[in-house]
Design a protein. Structure first.
Length: 256
């Protein structure tokens, strides 16, 4: 039987989620801040668990458990599912032809050079302005560049308190923004968005705004992680100084 975990102390579950090589910069800050919802097969001795953070689902534990199939059946079609490697064979067998995959690339932040990032940050063309995203800027962001804030933060005030963001402005309009994808503690995934306007393309704005965010993070002993969804993101990560790409898949259930 699958039951919801309601105890504010989630530390008993950390060892289960520690099996994730990917998504750690999303999972552990959210767990420690009491965000999202968790389901387990036992309160006293859980062997499997599902952590749901808005549309994101993370399943861990023993895939041979009698509760594994029941837990997997709670995943809605098209919702992203993240699992450790030892679950891949199980979900492949269970979902068969309905299994969908999306390739991602995790980059290592171990090689980041703060002095090099400062140089990238300072290359902003004169017609643009670099600013820290405060609560007032967050309130005015275009929907195209702040979907993750609406999904994972409880409004602009929550983002100002539990997120970090830097933006590039042109004539007081936010053109590009780099920020924490979800609420953070000592690490976060970088989320970067630039408006779709050819006037501002090929000027290095995404590079500049990412570098600004990363410099701020490193100066404050916070690790900026990078998990790319496409080749363009991988190339930007390389430019910023990330190395050692590790390809992996997120999964989703195709509709019948």
């Amino acid at each position: 039987m699958i039951i919801e975990w309601t105890d504010v102390d989630r530390s008993k579950l950390y060892s289960l989620f520690d099996t994730f090589k990917t998504c750690r910069a999303v999972i552990f800050p959210a767990l420690s801040q009491g965000r999202g919802k968790i389901w387990v097969d036992s309160i006293d001795s859980p062997t499997v668990a599902k952590f749901n953070l808005n549309v994101l689902n993370f399943i861990v534990g023993d895939s041979d458990s009698v509760s594994a199939k029941e837990l997997l059946q709670t995943i809605e079609p098209m919702q992203p599912l993240f699992v450790p490697d030892d679950w891949i064979d199980f979900i492949t067998e269970e979902w068969g032809d309905q299994l969908g995959t999306q390739k991602r690339t995790l980059m290592s932040p171990d090689s980041l050079d703060i002095n090099y990032l400062r140089e990238l940050r300072d290359r902003l063309p004169k017609e643009y302005r670099l600013e820290r995203v405060d609560i007032e800027i967050a309130k005015k962001l275009d929907k195209g560049v702040h979907k993750h804030i609406a999904m994972f933060f409880d409004g602009s005030a929550d983002f100002a308190e539990n997120g970090i963001g830097w933006c590039v402005k042109h004539e007081d309009k936010v053109i590009s923004i780099a920020s924490t994808y979800t609420p953070y503690t000592n690490k976060f995934d970088v989320q970067v968005d630039t408006i779709n306007d050819p006037t501002h393309r090929r000027k290095g704005l995404a590079t500049t705004v990412c570098a600004a965010l990363m410099v701020y993070a490193l100066e404050n002993n916070v690790v900026p992680h990078w998990d790319a969804a496409n080749d363009a993101s991988v190339q930007l990560a390389f430019k910023l100084g990330y190395t050692d790409p590790y390809e992996w898949n997120l999964f989703y259930l195709k509709p019948p």
